[in-house]
Ligand binder design. Structure first.
Ligand code: KG4
Ligand code: ZN
Length: 350
């Protein structure tokens, strides 16, 4: 625990790793207290990517460039910080340095470097994947150690978080990420991008859990690696299995439901196994896929049975945002000279 972090601190945080341009001002009071959101602004170029069925990196970075200044302006305005007050009211700047798309990351990193230099403020580089877990420190203070699952469009990582800054990697995907699997399977089923919400909506339309009782006893799709003695994941085979199933039975809604069940079951089983082995005090979920209702309810149910506290961010903090960047920076406060802060697209969670 960092005892020197006793005083209130306001951090301006910037996130531009993919197709969201986000800025937020958060206030941290102590490591034993949750952070407070003073502003939270997210501009997304998702609509453009819907038209192309996925993210085109050049388009994403061009949109980042257009959005960054208006988004920053709005984040400061919503936090009621006028231009003349910035130097007095903002204590530090935090920015996502990776992983992500290089063109997108650079927009945030270069902006943050320029601001830290111009305002003469400390600059804290933040790992986007770790930050997804810190979205849980907004309304609460999860007890550590914790088992954390980050499930996003590009990553699926299971970690043991022993303390702030002390993470151990337990497993990760060997191929596609869980969100990527949702996105690719949605495309196969003719559903729009992003695939996660589209599959969830299609599945919810016809299939409540009770509708299935007695109807679908055995799964149509495999649960990859579920019986293997590993914390790794593998989702790429699900696409092929889905393609074959869809050729054979062609029922898109049932298949959407089945894809969701397969992904959720694998994710939940891995978390439960890690909990049984490491006996943490909390379970933390984070990343865009954490917005999935079936995953939330299934994990909630299992954690209740294990008498374990589960933390899941509100939906708007599951997908990319800058509040989580500010929170990660506050609890791991370690600024470095702005000259040394560099974008690192291949940065790993540990
Ligand atoms: O964390 P995120 O916003 O961006 C990355 O860092 O990747 O995650 C985006 C991913 C996409 O793959 C999207 O399909 C998935 O999160 N997603 C969902 C849901 N909402 C977003 N997946 C399943 N169910 C959802 N409700
Ligand atoms: Zn993300």
């Amino acid at each position: 625990m960092r005892l020197w972090l006793k005083f209130s601190m306001k951090i301006l945080a910037i996130e531009t790793s993919c197709d969201e341009t986000a800025a937020a001002v958060i206030e941290g009071v102590a490591v034993t207290k949750p952070v407070r959101i003073l502003s939270n602004v997210v501009a997304s170029s998702e609509e453009m990517h819907r038209q192309t069925g996925g993210i085109v990196p050049e388009v994403a970075s061009r949109e980042q460039l257009k959005a960054i200044i208006p988004v920053l302006d709005q984040a400061l305005a919503e936090a009621r910080i006028s231009k003349s007050e910035i130097r007095n009211k903002i204590d530090a700047v935090a920015v996502t340095v990776g992983p992500g798309l290089i063109g997108s990351l650079l927009v945030g990193v270069e902006t943050a470097r320029a601001l830290a230099y111009a305002w003469n403020k400390p600059l804290i580089p933040v790992n986007h994947l770790v930050a997804h877990l810190y979205a849980n420190w907004v309304g609460a203070v999860p007890e550590l150690p914790a088992v954390g699952l980050v499930v996003s469009g590009g990553h699926t990582e299971l970690v043991l978080m022993k303390d702030h800054g002390k993470l151990e990697l337990l497993g990760r995907t060997r191929d596609d990420a869980a969100g990527e699997c949702f996105d690719k399977c949605a495309r196969l089923l003719g559903l729009p991008y992003p695939g996660g919400p589209a599959i969830a909506a299609a599945a919810a339309k016809i299939l409540k859990r009770s509708d299935l009782v007695g109807k679908q006893q055995s799964p149509t799709l495999p649960r990859p690696l579920i019986r293997e003695n590993t914390y790794d994941f593998s989702f790429s085979g699900l696409k092929t299995a889905l393609r074959l199933a869809s050729l054979a039975q062609g029922k898109p809604r049932e298949l959407a439901h089945e894809v969701q069940e397969a992904i959720v079951e694998v994710l939940v089983e891995r978390v439960v196994r890690a909990v049984e082995e490491f006996r943490p005090r909390s379970v933390l979920l984070g990343g865009g896929v954490a917005a999935n209702l079936r995953l939330r309810e299934e994990l909630d149910h299992r954690c209740q049975m294990l008498d374990l506290r589960l933390f899941i961010p509100p939906k708007e903090l599951c997908t990319d945002n800058a509040v989580m960047i500010g929170a990660a920076a506050f609890y791991n406060y370690s600024p470095i000279p702005w000259q040394k802060v560099k974008a690192n697209p291949g940065l790993e969670i540990v």
